[in-house]
Design a protein. Structure first.
Length: 318
């Protein structure tokens, strides 16, 4: 059976604390605490599973934290395939106010992964490509993994003729562009960092997208927070807008990635897949935790997404 494969080299135990307010330099009483298996690709797999898509979540997991991640994911009904590492998997801690007005996140780097473990992981991913229609490569690389690790993973998928959605940043993203990932999904800050442009306006975002196309990206889906999404495809440029809403913004980017992957799995064109991603991102803000979306909430959000075609590449100087 065809599947979507999510690849998370650096998963985590995601701990979320709900607080009344956030004040630097003060102590905070936690009103509710929640822990779940996380990391960007695992969040994507959790969302896709909740919508009934066939998913396999591949990850590197180690130590007692790794055991916890594997068991929690299994108990949540998400199919997982893991390669064991010698070190303990990392944790992330997010504190968010009850209304979602403010939040802060702390991400551990993770334990070092040796060359043998990384090779085992590449072999695992390669073995999962036969049934795969779409692969999602998401998140940071753990210490010890080569900076071109995502390039290797993109090449494995493309050699199996599997479409790739890549959501990472910094040097791992730059190295991966050589392999021409089908879609990359940087946010504004990640786009600014890799392009060395300001990205403080739509025009500068478009200039940065043109630059990444030259470097190898086939399509760029740039998420701009409350300002929506810019989609820079093979021939056309689009902007997706949605109403501003209060709520929990943590994990909205993963919801966007999940929607794109689901759209590709169903044979949708890029713009329609991104529309679904925008819908799921907006719906995810109603959840207190990343990776969770109510189907009814997504249905309601689908009615308020607006899409505007900006121009062709030629009109923007390409």
């Amino acid at each position: 059976m065809a599947t979507i494969v999510t690849v998370t080299p650096n998963p985590a135990i995601d701990r979320t604390y709900r607080v009344q307010h956030l004040d630097l330099g003060n102590s905070h009483r936690v009103e509710t605490a929640h822990a779940q298996a996380g990391g960007k690709g695992i969040n994507v797999a959790r969302i896709l599973t909740s919508f009934g898509f066939p998913v396999i979540a591949a990850a590197i997991a180690g130590g007692t934290n790794g055991d916890w991640i594997e068991h929690e994911l299994s108990n949540s009904g998400v199919a997982g395939q893991f390669v064991a590492s010698g070190g303990d998997s990392r944790q992330t801690i997010t504190a968010v106010t009850n209304g979602g007005e403010a939040w802060i996140e702390f991400d551990e780097s993770g334990s070092e992964v040796d060359a043998g473990t990384w090779r085992d992981f590449l072999d695992l991913v390669s073995s999962l490509m036969e049934p795969a229609d779409v692969v999602v490569l998401s998140g940071s690389l753990p210490p010890g993994v080569p900076l071109d690790g995502y390039r290797e993973l993109v090449e494995i998928a493309h050699n199996a003729q599997v479409r790739v959605v890549l959501d990472t940043s910094g040097l791992p993203l730059r190295e991966a562009l050589v392999a021409r990932p089908d879609v990359i999904k940087p946010n504004r800050f990640e786009l600014a960092a890799i392009s060395e442009m300001s990205c403080d306006s739509v025009e500068s975002v478009l200039a940065a997208c043109r630059h990444l196309r030259v470097l190898g990206a086939q399509a760029i889906v740039a998420t701009l927070g409350a300002e929506g999404i810019v989609v820079f495809g093979d021939e056309s440029v689009w902007r997706v807008r949605h109403p501003q809403r209060s709520g929990n913004p943590v994990g909205a980017g993963d919801a966007t990635t999940a929607g794109i992957a689901a759209g590709f799995f169903e044979g949708l064109e890029l713009m329609d897949a991104v529309r679904r991603g925008a819908t799921w991102a907006l719906a995810s803000m109603a959840s207190p935790f990343a990776g969770l979306i109510e189907v009814s909430e997504a249905a309601a959000c689908a009615t308020v997404i607006e899409v505007e075609r900006l121009d062709s590449h030629e009109d923007h100087g390409q």
